[in-house]
Ligand binder design. Structure first.
Ligand code: NAD
Ligand code: LMR
Length: 332
């Protein structure tokens, strides 16, 4: 029997991530090839004409899974009945801008959209915040949508996770799909900690630790980490625009694994509400290694954290605590 359609909200849908993301959702990349979807697309009035253009293209592409499109500049209409909300809308960082420069603009956007989701989204709506500062926008959204369970509000660090997989695959000249269990800890910013302490590569003679295969520890503790941390800035420098196709694809990965589950023995990185695991302060949206099953994520427990890693986990937590304080100061 055909499944009922799932309503997926994409805010900022007329922007460049939106333009890459909505066809992926309509093709089943996010929720699977047998899951019909109804797309809800929100943008602001100056982008209304462009948004209508995206709507027309979705009609023209004749996606079999796409059962309807709502294209609107009204947050209430956009949020009504949505099961999944991908929050891409916001003010993007431009070349030379620090992420903190865009904080106050985004805090007020996330406060008002939280209220619309709180009042009008379907029960148990799952939320993924992509727009920067992603962790802190998600925290603001959680604060102003108190009836949405905290575990339903997440932010995107899967792009950083995928970037880390890509760097290891290039370094070792192996298929990216054979590399797994990297971890992104903390903030989606240049303080994030891409950690390969527990990562492995599938080889003809079994799974081997990345640390054994990459003999150059200096590279793993230096250039590898900074390349992943700085990748977003490198893309902006090269394209004069922030990453879009990789961000859209990673957003699909995030929701797909959350809803449909992670493969056995594999974890992924998600920005989730901290419960104090790994001595990360509770009450931050912090990226952890998680496994997903039956639509729920669980932080992977019991991983060893050496002294080098501990400092990095703490440094990115410290930045998130500062961002949280800054965000709250923008609210007053
Ligand atoms: P963009 O400027 O092309 O698109 C943003 C869209 O949001 C625009 O169409 C704009 O009109 C719209 N918008 C602005 N305010 C809005 C509001 N209040 N409600 C609804 N829509 C609104 O930007 P982009 O390149 O698509 O990037 C979007 C965001 O994603 C940026 O904040 C960017 O920094 C962030 N980003 C995050 C990651 C990640 O991994 N977390 C990766 C790449 C980009
Ligand atoms: C990215 O990681 O590509 C983006 O978050 C960069 C940015 O600041 O938009």
């Amino acid at each position: 029997m055909a499944k009922d359609p799932v309503r997926v909200l994409v805010t900022g849908a007329a922007g460049q991530i939106g333009y890459a993301l909505v066809p992926m959702i309509a093709r089943g990349v996010m929720l699977g090839p047998d899951q019909p979807v109804i797309l809800h697309m929100l943008d602001i009035p100056p982008a209304a004409e462009a948004l209508n253009g995206v709507r027309m293209e979705l009609v023209d592409a004749a996606f079999p899974l796409l059962k309807g499109v709502v294209a609107t500049t009204d947050a209430v209409e956009a949020c009504t009945g949505v099961n999944i909300a991908v929050m891409v809308g916001g003010f993007p960082r431009k070349e030379g801008m620090e992420r903190k420069d865009v904080m106050s603009k985004n805090v007020s956007i996330y406060k008002s959209q939280a209220s619309a989701l709180e009042a009008y989204a379907a029960p148990n709506c799952k939320v993924l915040v992509v727009a920067n500062p992603a962790n802190t926008n998600a925290l603001i959204l959680k604060e102003f949508a108190p009836s949405i369970p905290a575990k339903n509000i997440t932010c995107l660090t899967r792009l950083d996770h995928n970037r880390a997989l890509g760097q290891i695959s290039e370094r070792l000249n192996v298929q990216v799909s054979d590399v797994k269990n990297v971890i992104i800890w903390g903030n989606h910013s240049s303080t994030q900690y891409p950690d390969v302490s527990h990562a492995t590569v599938k080889t003809p003679s079994g799974e081997k630790p990345v640390r054994q295969l990459v003999s150059d520890d200096d590279w793993l503790k230096g250039e590898f980490i900074t390349t992943v941390q700085q990748r977003g800035a490198a893309i902006i420098k090269a394209r004069k625009l922030s990453s879009a196709l990789s961000a859209a694809s990673s957003a699909c990965d995030h929701i797909r694994d959350w809803v449909l589950g992670t493969p056995e023995g594999t974890w992924v990185s998600m920005g989730v509400y901290s419960d104090g695991s790994y001595n990360v302060p509770a009450g931050l949206i912090y990226s952890f290694p998680v496994t997903c099953n039956a639509g729920e994520w669980t932080i992977v427990q019991g991983l060893s954290i050496d002294e080098f890693s501990r400092k990095k986990l703490d440094a990115t937590a410290e930045e998130l605590s500062e961002e949280k304080a800054l965000a709250y100061s923008c609210l007053s």
